[in-house]
Design a protein around this ligand. Structure first.
Ligand code: AP5
Ligand code: ZN
Length: 220
């Protein structure tokens, strides 16, 4: 099963991807996590991405498309995967379609902008695994420490309020169009075999409620 998680920064894509990944035993492909790993390793890709990410913009379509195309050939993707933060532009979505990558479900998580600004300032993350916490809504067992590895949690560089506002603007300008793109694909009866199911969820509900609703829609 291949799933796309669509939604603004901070909607809960990473949080929900981890639940789906466990339930279906398919990997989470987070282009954001992959780019942050490249920055940490100091690779050429990381050097190109760092400034753009810290300014709340988007890394070039070519770089991202190559990164994802390579990733989905890995053996752990044989039974599918969860795309988290990809595609983010129409050319990225078109590249997936042109490569005949069939998408079974598109899951949109919607949260208003003001809620997102509040939410992201409380986020903490484990850099190695991408595991996500929130100081109030999903706290680690011990303050500032990852539950699984015991390593320190970090606050993301791009979770400053000014950068969050830029990321939201970028979402509205370049990514939101994918809602219409995939809703149209879902309605395309002429392509019934390859048309994805499209479901939208209210991401302002609790983490567990959103999880239950998504998992039950995926089963449906
Ligand atoms: P990326 O890492 O993908 O960031 P994003 O899309 O901005 O999304 P976030 O990771 O901030 O949010 P999320 O929806 O995963 O929410 P989370 O579950 O963490 O991308 C970063 C950057 O990389 C981009 O800005 C861009 O520059 C570049 N990039 C990445 N992909 C790219 C691409 N395809 N093309 C070009 N450039 C690309 O949750 C957020 C917080 O809220 C957490 O603290 C969580 O605990 C909490 N939370 C989650 N759900 C709930 C809930 N229901 N109620 C209360 N709190 C909740
Ligand atoms: Zn994320």
């Amino acid at each position: 099963m291949r799933i796309i998680l669509l939604g603004p920064p901070g909607a809960g894509k990473g949080t929900q991807a981890q639940f789906i990944s466990k339930e279906y035993d398919i990997p989470q492909i987070s282009t954001g996590d992959m780019l942050r790993a490249a920055i940490k390793e100091g690779t050429e890709l990381g050097k190109q991405a760092q400034g753009i990410m810290n300014a709340g913009g988007l890394v070039s379509d070519d770089l991202i498309i190559n990164l994802v195309k390579e990733r989905i050939t890995k053996p752990d993707c044989a039974n599918g995967c969860i795309f988290d933060g990809f595609p983010r532009t129409i050319p990225q979505a078109q590249a997936l379609a042109d490569a005949d990558v069939v998408i079974n479900h598109v899951v949109e998580i919607s949260v208003p902008d003001d809620e997102i600004v509040k939410r992201l300032s409380g986020r903490r993350q484990h850099a190695g695994s991408g595991r996500v916490y929130h100081i109030d809504h999903n706290p680690p067992k011990e303050d500032g420490i990852d539950d699984v590895t015991g390593e320190a949690l970090i606050q993301r560089e791009d979770d400053k309020e000014s950068t969050i506002r830029e990321r939201l603007a970028t979402y509205h300008q370049q990514t939101e169009a994918l809602v219409g793109f995939y809703q149209d694909k879902a309605k395309d009866d002429s392509n019934a075999k390859t048309a994805p199911d499209y479901d939208k969820f209210d991401g302002t509900q609790g983490i567990d409620e959103v999880k239950q609703q998504i998992l039950s829609a995926l089963k449906g």
